[in-house]
Design a protein around this ligand. Structure first.
Ligand code: SAH
Length: 366
């Protein structure tokens, strides 16, 4: 273990020794976003040299088509003279750079937009600044302070990075999955283990099946719920829409926690702060919270179908014309990765949210 690993291990350990076992959400939060040693704070996680690759990093077509989707939504809102274009967790800034490049000919759109990026990581923020050089942008760490004007929000692989609590059904009651120090005397240990304990905090356990089976596991993200409520309230008051793209499913049953390091799955309890921790996004919970805030939510579609409706195959043909040899092969492989049902095409889902007054969302409701 090097010094960097050790610091976050010691922070987790001191927390446990002082306050008892950590909920999985608290463990994830420290590992991912601890203000000094958190995974997103100090690493460059995205890309071939990092730990995982995201759709905008695979092909420029992803951002180009989302750019067109955004322009259509802006037009459907009667082309407001001033509106916020917001991205949650912009990573390396590639998606937003492609969006802005693909739409630069639409001058009214560019003149009207106020670009706001919600990013917790100072190191990723400086990478985003470089990627978006020349575009006036504001950075915020929280969604709360958005200006009151029509707002279009996009989020690709943002919600999967938020902390979750896990609960398991044992002898007719819900127990919580906690993270504790391994071994009888924790003080000597630098290793962690999962342990089932009584729930750490009052969390409303939302389980819709009649009788949960013994051993059944569910996941709840309080942070995700809070963000969706805040975002929905904002769109309800100001009009607008949100586009959420992520891996996930409709519901909260199952253990979907995963750790990824250098493009391989890893043990979520090993190398804290050195690897990405994610879970499948519960799109049903997003739907419930957005609808409760008075918004319209589209049906859940998959990334492959969504990109095809927006015209990715036609765009790919146009780009292919200028390519040959290895470049052409790479371009075609990238298209496959994004839309093939056995690759990212089906695993990744797309959900649209909009204010009641806006027209149906292109590619999701039409
Ligand atoms: N959307 C990008 C990156 C996805 S990785 C892409 O598609 O390539 C997740 C991103 O969310 C990173 O930029 C990470 O720093 C940011 N993030 C994670 N947790 C966050 C939080 N609580 N608040 C704001 N940003 C967060």
């Amino acid at each position: 273990m090097n010094d960097k690993d050790d610091k976050i291990v010691q922070i987790l350990k001191q927390n446990i020794l002082r306050h008892g076992a950590l909920s999985l959400a608290d463990y994830m939060q420290i590992c991912l976003t601890h203000p000094i040693h958190g995974y997103y704070i100090k690493n460059e996680p995205i890309g071939t040299k990092g730990d995982f690759t995201t759709s905008p990093e695979i092909s420029q077509m992803f951002g180009e088509l989302i750019g067109l989707w955004i322009v259509q939504v802006w037009m459907d809102h009667q082309k407001p003279k001033k509106f916020s274009l917001v991205e949650l967790g912009p990573g390396k800034g590639t998606l937003m750079a492609d969006i802005l490049r693909a739409t630069r000919m639409i001058t009214d759109f560019h003149n009207s937009l106020e670009l706001i990026l919600i990013e917790i990581s100072p190191s990723l923020k400086s990478i985003q600044k470089r990627a978006l050089k020349g575009f006036p942008a504001q950075w915020k760490t929280e969604i709360k302070a958005l200006p009151n004007q029509p707002t279009i929000i996009i989020a690709n692989e943002f919600f999967d990075a938020l902390p979750i609590n896990q609960f398991q059904r044992k002898s007719n009651t819900w127990m919580e999955v906690m993270v504790n120090l391994k071994g009888l005397s924790g003080a000597d240990s630098n290793e962690f283990c999962f342990q089932l304990m009584n729930p750490s905090k009052e969390i409303l356990i939302d389980f819709e099946n009649e009788v949960p089976e013994e051993g059944c596991m569910i996941e709840i993200s309080k942070t995700m719920q809070d963000i969706i409520c805040c975002l929905s309230k904002h769109i309800h008051q100001n009009s607008g829409a949100a586009l959420i793209i992520d891996y996930g499913k409709e519901g909260n049953v199952g253990n979907t926690l995963q750790a990824v390091r250098k493009h391989r799955y890893s043990n979520p309890l090993s190398s804290p702060g050195q690897q990405d921790l994610t879970s499948f996004v519960d799109f049903k919970a997003i739907r419930t919270h957005a609808e409760e805030s008075g918004l319209i939510v589209s049906h859940l579609t998959n990334q492959g179908d969504f990109l095809k409706i927006l015209g990715i195959e036609q765009r790919s043909k146009i780009l292919s014309k200028g390519l040959s040899g290895n470049d052409l092969v790479l371009h075609q492989t990238a298209l496959e990765r994004l839309i093939n049902k056995n690759l990212m095409g089906d695993l990744f889902k797309v959900l649209g949210i909009r204010s009641t007054k806006s027209p149906p969302l292109i590619g999701l409701e039409t």
